[in-house]
Design a protein around this ligand. Structure first.
Ligand code: NAI
Length: 479
């Protein structure tokens, strides 16, 4: 089979950008991205795409209506496709068996059932969502138990390694594409078909093929390793604050070892995003189910340390502000989980904001890309608070950083947006309450310059002279 038509179920942060790049690089393949959400598809078909991702607008503009389509007509798209990506969400279960750890596979299952119902010809079904090991077996069982005469399925695992904020570059210049398939002649043929799609732009040496289970586990392992590096350096940030070492200098020295490397060694208020925590929890659950409690405990510590770091930072903010933030105006700069995305899932800013709101603070929030409604939603939905109206009254969302900081007692920087480095802090100092505090949760500001202006500055992994903590003057360590 030569693949001529591709359908993708799930028009989210992965399905949208991935299929846009496939359409760009494979002009002879018709790519249709489907979603059950009419609103999401309407946004993909509009001038304002549902997600912000550098370079995405240009790719969509170039291909949409030519060989790239966004549609809610799932039946038609499944029927005409030779290859179907399943790129639906796989959140952590919030109830029942495995609550808080296991992946909820209900969207994967419903996608598989839709394919089983609607397919009338042979399909290669590709699991692109991040799933627990052996999830392909679920898809396989559903498809093969409902197969119709003349319809055969091959199931592949092809996890996605893009990172939000750099998705287009990651896809166009992928360091590796991973494809896992069944060790049968048909399975291997399907692997080759998908390789052929990627080979339109990815060098063959960057395309790795494995068995299905290795492919599934590699994605969980990759995210667990990345998150583990962040927790490792964050753990050392606490040691730095207690000793006078500087975590950036430690990271530079450690990362110079080519066996370790410099990337992902930046201390911060902790990792966020839809994937790291979810995928490690998923790995932990898998280890528990496999009766490997020591392995589960090892990875659990990566998540626990991340929680500790968020708590440590927020406690430091409160303690520095004379142990009370009640009725104080606090400017939160940045709400997305990292720069260059509008995604707020598991953003550390949510934890910081919730805690400050609980303590009675009035938050003035600014983020360059997160929609106002999304910020309200994150802080007022039923899991976040039992008093949404009260919380709403204590939040104001701003269109500029300058308006958010006016009259504030403190600035809490939660996301490393480049524009924050360019702010005129002299001007900001003038409009803030005194003493004026800055808590740089991302270590991106020029702390010495801020102190020279008059700010009391605190950051992660470094003691600053004259940081202004109430307990400080002698020792400015975080608790
Ligand atoms: P998302 O939540 O942005 O998008 C998922 C979409 O699937 C939603 O729009 C939802 O309406 C749609 N959907 C659910 N069931 C459907 C069905 N039966 N038919 C059609 N559409 C359906 O999720 P995101 O971030 O794109 O993630 C998707 C998967 O990719 C997850 O498993 C995630 O772990 C994984 N992943 C995510 C990365 C990221 O940076 N966001 C990176 C790599 C992997």
């Amino acid at each position: 089979m030569v693949i001529q038509k591709i359908c993708c179920l799930g028009a989210g942060y992965v399905g949208g950008p991935t299929c846009s790049v496939i359409a760009l690089k494979c002009p002879n393949i018709k790519v249709t991205v489907c979603d059950k959400s009419v609103e999401r598809i309407n946004q993909w078909n509009s001038d304002k795409l549902p997600i912000y991702e550098p370079g995405l607008d240009e790719v969509v503009e170039q291909c949409r209506g030519k060989n790239l389509f966004f549609s809610t007509n799932i039946a038609k798209s499944i029927q005409e496709a030779d290859l179907i990506f399943i790129s639906v969400n796989t959140p952590t279960k919030t109830f029942g068996n495995g609550k808080g750890r296991a992946a909820d596979l209900k969207y994967i299952e419903s996608a598989a059932r839709m394919i089983a119902d609607l397919a009338t010809s042979n399909k290669i079904v590709v699991e692109k969502s991040t799933v627990p090991v052996k999830a392909a077996e679920i898809i396989m069982k559903i498809l093969r138990a409902n197969t119709k005469p003349g319809v055969e399925y091959q199931i592949l695992s092809n996890p996605e390694f893009l990172a939000e904020g750099t998705a287009i570059v990651d896809l166009v210049e992928a360091e590796r594409v991973l494809i896992g398939g069944e060790d049968t002649p048909e399975g291997q043929r399907a692997v080759q078909e998908l390789c052929w799609v990627y080979e339109h732009w990815i060098p063959a040496k960057n395309i790795l093929t494995t068995n299905t289970w290795s492919s599934e586990l590699s994605k969980l392992a990759a995210n667990a390793f990345l998150a583990q590096r962040i927790s490792s350096i964050n753990s050392l940030s606490a040691v730095c604050e207690a000793t006078g070492a500087d975590v950036s200098e430690v990271a530079r020295a450690v990362g110079r070892d080519s066996r370790i490397g410099p990337k992902f060694l930046e201390a911060s208020i902790g990792f966020g995003g839809s994937c790291f925590q979810k995928d490690i929890l998923n790995l932990i659950y898998l280890c528990e189910c496999l009766n490997l409690p020591e392995v589960a405990a090892y990875w659990q510590q990566v998540v626990s340390l991340n929680d500790y770091q968020k708590t440590r930072f927020t406690r430091k903010v409160i303690e520095s502000l004379f142990n009370t933030v009640s009725d104080k105006k606090i400017a939160v700069l940045g709400f997305s989980f990292k720069k260059n995305t509008g995604d707020t899932r598991e953003s550390p800013a949510i934890y910081v904001s919730n805690t400050l709101l609980d303590e009675g603070a009035k938050l003035h929030i600014y983020d360059p890309k997160v929609e106002h409604d999304q910020i309200y939603y994150e802080l007022t939905h039923p899991y976040a608070t039992s008093e949404p109206e009260k919380v709403r009254k204590n939040i104001e969302i701003h269109d500029t950083a300058y308006s958010a900081v006016t009259g504030a007692h403190a600035i809490v920087l939660c996301t490393e947006w480049d524009e924050f480095k360019e702010l005129d802090f002299k001007k900001i100092y003038e409009v803030m309450m005194k003493p004026a505090y800055i808590f740089d949760g991302r270590k991106i500001l020029d702390h010495e310059a801020l102190q020279n202006i008059g700010f009391h500055v605190q950051t992660i992994g470094k003691r600053l002279a004259r940081s202004g903590s109430i307990r400080a003057q002698g020792s400015q360590t975080m608790p």
